[in-house]
Design a protein around this ligand. Structure first.
Ligand SMILES: [Zn+2]
Length: 360
């Protein structure tokens, strides 16, 4: 790689890192998302927000935690965990930090869907822990070769660039304190990269197809398949008494990854989510939200994307060019992560594929 190409690569990597932070961290906050004033308990990697008695929501700014947010449901005897984490190291860090809120063991883990950032830490749990997922999650993790497909493929492929970009930042940083922080981030990223190369997909040990109810002492925990959408097997975790719903990536407070979407059904499934009786929604990425109008706003984002992409496709524009041309900035007031025109390319490629399947 010559000097100029290298400079371009570093700039691209930095841009990706910025986008990656937006995509993966809890920082993004649309108008419907709000930081509640619940008690916050801060561990080494994760911060726990108390949502209700025995119900905590995690966020993290640490480069260790490149996965989604977790909901932790503490019962009389054990813990029910929503999503496993992006790497075994992230999962272990979560278990370590969880000692700040409970000494009870994790007995249940639900994978809200098959994507790596929610399932890669499945492997750290022993035989005394049941990993539950929709039967589609089991199918994808057992037979889907998720290591060689999106969204993991790009995440793995981007790792060397991210490591290089951080190395350059470390080299350029003059301030010793900031340099030390960057060095820690670099070490975490390098460790992540090693783990990413050695990920062993671990499928759920227990599956369901439309509804499963777990009684954790007095607490009722429902696992619901409301329909296809974000993927073909997303689970919504519902606590009817607490009126809390964990939406996974079916509904985030930021635009979700769309590379496995079933677009028209997603909008219908979100209607079903809106019909549910809840006060607080805890998404797989982003922040807790309370207002169902955010779901309507996301439906309108999806519809707008579908309309614009259909028109571009009709004009003979390629999927990759369409991803640059679509303009969803009118949804910025609901999803502040939208910085300018364009949409995530893997989502638009999937939308083309979906439109081909439906020959529209
Ligand atoms: Zn996710």
């Amino acid at each position: 790689m010559n000097g100029r190409m290298r400079a371009v690569a570093v700039i691209l990597a930095l841009a990706f890192l910025a986008a990656f932070s937006l995509e993966m961290r809890a920082g993004g906050q649309g108008s419907g998302g709000a930081r509640s004033s619940g008690t916050m308990i801060t561990g080494k990697v994760y911060t726990f927000e108390k949502i209700a008695d025995g119900v905590y929501y995690t966020t993290s700014d640490s480069p260790m935690a490149t996965g989604g947010n977790h909901t932790i449901i503490v019962g009389d005897r054990d813990v029910f965990l929503v999503d496993a984490g992006a790497t075994p190291a992230a999962g272990r860090a979560l278990l370590e930090d969880m000692k700040l809120i409970t000494d009870k063991p994790v007995r249940w883990v639900v994978n809200t869907h098959f994507h790596w950032d929610h399932t890669n830490a499945n492997s750290i749990f022993g035989p005394d822990v049941q990993i539950i997922g929709h039967e589609f999650v089991r199918h994808m993790l057992a037979d889907g070769d998720i290591i060689h497909r999106e969204p993991f493929k790009t995440s793995l492929a981007n790792m060397p660039m991210q490591v290089d970009a951080l190395k350059k930042q470390v080299a350029d940083e003059k301030d010793p304190a900031r340099r030390a922080t960057l060095e820690k981030q670099l070490a975490a990223k390098q460790a992540d990269w090693e783990e990413y190369k050695n990920i062993k997909p671990t499928p759920p040990t227990m599956t369901y197809s439309s509804k499963m109810t777990i009684y954790q002492g007095q607490r009722e925990i429902q696992l619901l398949f409301l329909g296809r959408g974000h993927t073909q097997g997303d689970t919504i975790v519902y606590l009817p008494k607490e009126r809390i719903v964990c939406t996974g990536d079916m509904m985030e407070t930021q635009p979700a990854y769309m590379g496995d979407a079933v677009f028209d059904e997603w909008i219908v499934t979100l209607d079903k989510l809106k019909e549910m009786n809840f006060d607080t929604a805890l998404p797989g990425h982003g922040v807790p939200f309370h207002d169902k109008s955010l779901i309507t706003a996301y439906q309108s984002y999806l519809k707008d994307l579908m309309t614009q992409v259909a028109a571009l496709r009709k004009q003979g524009v390629s999927a990759d060019d369409a991803a640059k041309k679509v303009d969803l900035t009118s949804h910025k007031s609901d999803f502040s992560q939208i910085q300018g025109p364009g949409a995530e390319v893997r989502g638009v490629r999937r939308l083309y594929e979906w439109m081909d399947e439906h020959s529209r």
